[in-house]
Design a protein around this ligand. Structure first.
Ligand SMILES: Cc1cc2nc3c(=O)[nH]c(=O)nc-3n(C[C@H](O)[C@H](O)[C@H](O)COP(=O)(O)OP(=O)(O)OC[C@H]3O[C@@H](n4cnc5c(N)ncnc54)[C@H](O)[C@@H]3O)c2cc1C
Length: 350
């Protein structure tokens, strides 16, 4: 919506109150591109494109709103606890470097890791890490708040209401909400898992499923992690979020202590100090996961004016979404790197 308004379009956002589908409010805020998607090289590239667009977007949002968005574009670290894992991750990175043509990362040994984050007392098993200079971390709620504050400033009409239904109507679309109906010429379905219901008028079944994550939050400690560590990430406020689970549990959103205990034990092996601290909270969230793990940016079959947007890692992708999707939504082509990310790959004509 923010990007579309920048194109001079009249945009209305219909967004549910926070209780509905709230991955946007349960995530870690990592801008994370490294060590993934060897099997989907263009999707891996898309993450790097977004990461490079982020600093300018943050600067712009801060200027527009006067709000500070805590962010570190300092690179990112994945700690490894065995020589075998070190080797495996190193091999993966080399294959990724070859597939992408460029990759600003490598394995680092323990001494180098200690130099990067000297204030962390690493566990004795930590033998090194995967490192990528293009990763980072942002306060995800501050980013969300800034987008929300920026919307009215760029002319977007933001309404908090529950959408019940979306249907073709009079050559455009009718969106029925708790607060009445809205008619429009173009519609963008970007409602996370609710898209499965809203896209029904054009698609019998959207290939997107809920991927449950559960995390633990450790009490505040002095800030020692300016470079984010995957799976055990200190927030800007000093608390630490532990967790990297992916579970298929339909819409079950309760925290299951037995399930997250394994991550807690792993985190203490990485950073033993955590074992002496209190857990403050645990929460879960449902990621929005396309069945083949790649983003879906697509017109709906038979509906050139209805666009669907669904992806996981949507914090990482936020800058690419704001900058590079509006032209597509308005009838243009997707950027070259994202061209295969439509519903065509699932057999739909669109
Ligand atoms: C534990 C966890 C950790 C994560 N960590 C990261 C991370 O570090 N980095 C990263 O890049 N990604 C991370 N993610 C993923 C990221 O949070 C999601 O990709 C992102 O939130 C998806 O955004 P979305 O807007 O598509 O969907 P959602 O966040 O689910 O939001 C859906 C939106 O649609 C609206 N909506 C839904 N139904 C209706 C309705 N009926 N009427 C009106 N509005 C409706 C909601 O109000 C909401 O605004 C994490 C996810 C989880 C669960």
């Amino acid at each position: 919506a923010y990007g579309l308004a920048g194109k001079g379009r009249k945009v209305t956002v219909l967004d549910a109150p926070t209780e509905t589908n709230k991955a946007s409010r349960t995530n870690v805020g990592l801008i994370w591109c490294q060590s993934k998607f060897l099997h989907l090289p263009n999707y891996a590239k898309w993450g790097f494109i977004s990461s490079r667009l982020f600093p300018e977007l943050v600067r712009e949002l801060e200027e527009a709103t006067g709000q500070k968005i805590p962010v570190n574009f300092t690179g990112g670290i994945i700690p490894v606890l065995s020589e075998a894992d070190y080797q495996k991750r190193g091999d993966y990175i080399e294959k990724l470097r070859e597939a992408l043509g460029e990759y600003k990362g490598n394995m680092i040994d323990r001494a180098e890791l200690e130099k990067k984050l000297p204030k962390i007392g690493w566990g004795p098993e930590v033998c090194g890490a995967a490192w990528c200079e293009e990763d980072g971390v942002i306060d995800p709620l501050a980013l969300l708040r800034a987008f929300r504050a920026a919307l009215p400033k760029v002319g977007v009409d933001y309404r908090q209401t529950l959408v019940f239904d979306v249907r073709p109507h009079a050559g455009g679309y009718r969106v029925t909400t708790r607060d009445g109906v809205f008619d429009c010429g173009r519609v963008v379905l970007a409602a996370g898992l609710s898209n499965r219901r809203f896209a029904h008028f054009a698609l019998p079944s959207l290939p997107v499923y809920p991927d449950k994550g559960q995390v633990l939050l450790v009490e505040r400690m002095p800030y020692v992690m300016p470079i984010p560590v995957l799976g055990v990430t200190q927030t800007f406020g000093g608390t630490t979020i532990i967790g990297f689970r992916h579970e298929k549990a339909a819409h079950h959103t309760q925290v299951v202590p037995e399930a997250v205990a394994g991550e807690g034990a792993w985190a203490i092996r990485v950073w033993p100090e955590l074992g002496k601290k209190r857990l403050l909270r645990a929460w879960s969230g449902l990621r929005v996961m396309p069945e083949d793990n790649m983003a879906i940016y697509s017109r709906l079959p038979g509906h050139p004016d209805a666009v669907l947007i669904n992806t996981h890692s949507a914090v990482t992708m936020a800058a690419a979404h704001a900058r590079l999707l509006p032209d597509f939504i308005l009838g243009g082509e997707l950027p070259e790197t994202a061209r295969e990310m439509t519903l065509k790959r699932f057999g739909y004509a669109c």
